[in-house]
Design a protein around this ligand. Sequence first.
Ligand code: FAD
Length: 506
Amino acid sequence: MAEYSQQVNNSLMWFRQDLRLQDNQALAAACEHARRSSVSFSKSLNEPSNASSDLSQVHSQQSAGSVRAVYFAVPKQWQAHDVAPIQLDFIERQLNVIASELAKLGIPLDVIHVASFEEIGDVLAQYLDYWQINKVFASSEPESNERLRDENIAAQGIELALFDQHCYLAPLSVRNLSGDMYKVFTPFAKKWREIAKQNQVETLAKPAAIAAPLAQPSEINLRCNKRCSNEWQVGEEAAHQKLRQFAKDKMHDYQASRDFPAIEGTSRISAYLAIGILSPAQCLQTLLAYFPDALVNDDSPGRCWLNEIIWREFYRHLLVAFPRLSKNGNFNLLANNIDWRNNPQEFQAWCEGRTGYPLVDAAMRQLNQTGWMHNRLRMVTASFLTKHLLIDWRWGERYFKQKLIDGDLAANNGGWQWSAGTGCDAQPYFRVFNPISQCEKFDPTGAFIRKYLPELDGVDLKLIHKLKIPNQAQLFDNECYFSPIVDHKFARTRAISQLSVMKRGS
Ligand code: FAD
């Protein structure tokens, strides 16, 4: 007696901060799961045998299951968590690209709007029921709310396979000899390189089509507050092109040029990493294609850029190891005792680039106008806010998030706490960047300042660098440049005194 058994695996790919088709382990696994669907045919021994026709019957009935994809849009949550309108626009544009690419593979992408983050589990369960899907595939996320959401979904009985691909080395996999998470970057980076060099970097190609191509999808609209991000090309090819171009032309000189905001000496791929158009493995693979010794040779010209990729990993590992960081807690608990001044007018002046310190103001205007800021300037402006103005780093971190196209909780939190001296392996509280000498050192030709502060046109560069700008007296007068919001020496002494609550043993 012949028996047919059939197992159809319908998969769901849940896109999150991994908006790419290449090197997406979750998407590859979703496709693989569907392909493993099978129809098998067996019969009892006393039946007449006709092996070839049996086999062809089995073969002809083997059908892959289906793959669908979803993206959850949560505009209220984005607003509550200050996701920058420019980043949302970038996400929407990239979603349109991948929806079209997925359609060619026979995979429909549904963007599902939900009122709140908490609703996602129930909406997902209904969706799975409706489409008869038995397994969900997604990338893990390091933030604590997101991890809790996934735990709740798994507790609902939904089979959720998570892939740790927001980092090259999975969070918590880089530990010291006692098995703990490193709290200092240099030994973390050393161990990270030791582990990374054990295996060849491998990345996945785009999956093969799972079914016949679908009609081109209609335009996706995230229905949220957006700001045009057209300056940043979307699509995986554009991102790889940018990365390769940087590796080919600029990586060699990165160490020497990366601190000068007037020079385009850095890769500008942070926006692509933040929403996952590029994976960390792809970045490492490209780096090693040009500088194969970067992992093993301290003097490799690729080493400096590699270290920045490792900083990104460090902050993500910390977020997982210390969940209070996701909730904006100080890493250094002594920092809970800081009496921040939190003057709202001064905060507003900082946001708008009206502090009277040219480098700080030009940087803030770069952020406001373009949605991106050079790393050196992120450090200078964050130090100025937290140390010169003694404003809580969380105010600045929130403002950055509201504006940055590359807004990323781990890197932003890490960068702010590093600058404020409250973080893990942070700059010590008594080190206060001098915004005058930083300006002279890192914008020696004044090209950057002049680009964003046209009111300084015609002012002698030496006067700008020494902060001896004429007509600076009229604070907040739009006709001329502002007088400094606070005297540097006074602010420095005040900061060291106020922040000394973080002195060990105090
Ligand atoms: P490159 O210099 O080319 O570096 C390559 C990649 O390494 C970057 O794209 C980024 O992914 C990573 N990287 C570089 N520097 C750091 C760093 N210090 N910490 C973590 N990762 C790093 N980066 C973000 O991606 N999102 C943020 O929200 C963010 N906020 C920051 C806030 C502050 C106060 C500070 C000091 C830094 C912040 N950074 C943030 C880190 C860094 O400034 C940016 O990653 C970098 O300027 C992006 O430019 P790039 O792609 O040209 O970097």
